[in-house]
Design a protein around this ligand. Structure first.
Ligand code: ATP
Ligand code: MG
Length: 317
């Protein structure tokens, strides 16, 4: 079976231990935890038993070791993670407000993750890749955008498919070249995985229905809209499928979208129908929010099946 691959930031996350804690005064922090949206995504792919690999850069430090060891342990091919001598591994510090919103202090644009260039993307590193996933959050420099385009062209050239989670900061869209780059990626996208508020981000239409039609007309085959606790919706040219969110306690929302996308893409690659892939992905997202730490909520298939079974039995009793 061919590999699912992704590319981009690999970081550690360090979290405030109390809700309402701020970074304006000393407090207790927990971490470092393995993190980075593409890293979480690929870890979840590997945990489902699907061949998986990631291209990225870390520094020559223990934050890098922590990530590489963790991804390796879960079955990810880490041979295309480059350890850069002159850079440090990226990091993110996060606090949780009382209302559940998160505030971040990122150290990514100065980190090893920002040193990724098209030279890191080679035919050899992508030889067994049948599907490539693009995270919008990774596109924070034009060098990285060029690297992403190169990866997309290699994968498409060998008959593979592309998924795209826009997950992009709004400020990036104000840069005209960045919007153009995202449109380029969209044109190659087979599976689009936006959050509810991101559906219209790259479309001309102002409402979801119009944007979905426009995106399908562009050649995207499957669109899956993530709706947090409300679940998700699937669209293709003929169908719409809505799935309610599973009722779970939300401990930490970070990583839910990444685990959701990974599970959808991997189970589709295993041959599941869109409906079943959607149910599995919905459960993977629910499991992700139940665990503290960005990558700590990735789940094996048995856990996903157990959660679905426990909810099915609740519905019948
Ligand atoms: P992020 O904020 O990390 O970018 P996202 O917007 O990409 O996240 P979400 O919609 O928050 O992704 O979550 C992805 C999926 O995970 C949802 O579509 C849903 O299936 C599941 N999920 C998320 N939050 C919850 C929750 N509180 N309860 C149950 N399921 C959830
Ligand atoms: Mg998201």
């Amino acid at each position: 079976m061919k590999k699912i691959m992704t590319m981009g930031e690999i970081l550690v996350e360090i979290m405030a231990s109390q809700r309402g804690q701020t970074f304006r005064e000393p407090g207790t922090l927990v971490g470092p935890y393995a993190s980075g949206a593409p890293a979480i995504f690929i870890d979840q792919v590997a945990r489902l038993g699907h061949p998986a690999g990631i291209i990225g850069c870390v520094g020559d430090d223990d934050f890098g070791v922590l990530n590489i060891e963790r991804l390796k342990r879960d079955g990810v091919d880490t041979r295309s993670i480059h350890v850069l001598k002159q850079a440090v591994t990226g990091s993110a510090f996060v606090t949780y407000r009382k209302d559940g919103e998160r505030d971040f202090i990122f150290n990514i644009s100065n980190s090893a993750s920002a040193q990724l260039t098209p030279a890191h993307v080679t035919e050899a590193s992508m030889k067994d890749c049948g599907h490539f996933h693009v995270m919008g959050s990774s596109l924070f420099s034009f060098r990285i955008v060029d690297a992403m385009k190169k990866a997309i062209e290699i994968v498409k050239g060998q008959g593979g498919t592309i998924s795209f989670d826009p997950n992009i900061r709004k400020e990036m869209l104000r840069i005209p070249e960045m919007r153009e780059a995202l449109r380029f990626i969209l044109e190659y996208t087979d599976v689009f995985l936006p959050s509810g508020n991101e559906v219209t981000l790259l479309a001309n239409a102002a409402d979801e229905q119009g944007a979905v039609k426009e995106l399908l007309d562009l050649g995207i085959r499957e669109i899956v809209v993530k709706r947090g606790a409300h679940g998700c919706t699937y669209f293709d040219a003929q169908h719409r499928v809505d799935v309610d969110g599973l009722s779970v306690d939300e401990v930490d929302p970070t990583g839910a979208g990444d685990c959701f996308g990974a599970t959808y893409v991997a189970t589709r690659s295993f041959g599941e129908s869109p409906e079943d892939a959607l149910r599995y992905a919905n459960a993977a997202g629910a499991l992700a929010v139940g665990k503290k730490g960005p990558m700590e909520g990735t789940a094996a298939m048995v856990e996903i099946q157990q959660l679905l079974a426990s909810h099915a039995s609740r519905e019948t009793t």
